[in-house]
Ligand binder design. Structure first.
Ligand code: SAM
Length: 279
């Protein structure tokens, strides 16, 4: 099953060590080398499954040189699995450099999917997920953070961020400051771990709840900021998108895309489109 000269991108658990696929275990057991963000963390996982693998460090600080080194090994016929400390590599984790170089060189890159904190959080949050924006970590400084959050003022779909325990309260305070007391949010804390907590509500209420219990400020967090309900109006942005889409797509298809993007009725968008062709 393991192929020579292939780079496997292997998702690992985000807490519960059982959250790893049978295929991921086969790959980790079968490759010539496991490139790991932290070899000690990888070895803990490997020993849980009694896998003896040779590990090599691949992290933010050696990505450039180590990717060249690993590519030489791949070109010589070795198979390599890339893992990060938790979850899916490259999702706010190392891996971009080697994957990009491999693809440019025609070296096969194979995803072995599995845990990812943002997807796990969205799957249990009870928010609209047909469309969402993922923003990685919010900026550390309040001015930059508020600038990013202010972009969510009119957004109709959910926005997802990773957050650290040191900044969670400050970030929630900035959500409240920029988007108002009532903006609905969900906090997904310590997913798949002993103290897993998924708490939703108006941001002001979630802040009160978190301040009342210091334990809720600990651990790893995914922050979801829900979108705002559409005004139901076909505004200038929706009209502009429709006008550019119908240059390339049938009106029916373009109307569907605009309706979904701005949470509008397809009929309403379609009827506006017909008036354009009359012009
Ligand atoms: N690659 C990972 C993934 O696929 O989710 C993300 C790595 S990023 C460096 C680490 C951040 O992900 C944490 O600071 C936290 O915001 C989020 N995270 C990771 N594990 C989590 C968990 N079990 N519960 C909640 N958030 C988690």
């Amino acid at each position: 099953m393991i192929q020579a000269s292939h780079l496997y991108i292997v998702a690992t658990p985000i807490g519960n060590l059982k959250d790893i696929s049978a295929r991921a275990l086969d790959v980790l057991a079968g490759v010539d080398l496991v490139a790991a963000e932290d070899t000690r963390v990888a070895k803990r996982l490997l020993s849980e499954y009694e896998i003896e693998a040779q590990c090599i460090a691949y992290h933010d600080h050696n990505e450039s040189t180590q990717s060249d080194n690993l590519i030489t090994k791949l070109q010589a016929g070795q198979s390599i699995a890339l893992v990060s400390d938790a979850g899916t590599p490259l999702i706010n984790d190392p891996g971009y450099t080697i994957v990009k170089k491999c693809r440019e060189l025609g070296i096969k890159v194979v995803p072995i999917p599995g845990s990812c904190a943002l997807i796990a959080a969205l799957s249990a949050a009870g928010v609209a997920t047909d469309q969402f924006y993922y923003g990685g970590f919010l900026p550390a400084k309040t001015k930059a953070r508020c600038d990013v959050l202010s972009l969510l003022a009119e957004r109709s779909y959910s926005s997802v961020f990773y957050e650290s325990p040191h900044r969670i309260l400050a970030s929630l305070a900035d959500v409240q400051k920029t988007l108002g007391d009532k903006r609905q949010i969900v906090i997904a804390r310590e997913i798949t771990k002993t103290f897993e907590t998924i708490k939703g509500g108006a941001v002001a209420d979630v802040i009160d709840w978190m301040q009342a219990d210091h334990n809720q400020q600990k651990g790893e967090f995914v922050l979801i900021v829900e979108g705002v309900a559409s005004s139901g109006q076909l505004d200038d942005r929706a009209k502009q998108l429709l006008e550019s889409l119908i240059e390339h797509l049938p009106l029916k298809v373009a109307s569907g895309i605009v309706a979904q993007t701005f949470d509008l009725k397809k009929k309403q968008v379609y009827e506006y489109g017909i008036t354009l062709s009359d012009k």
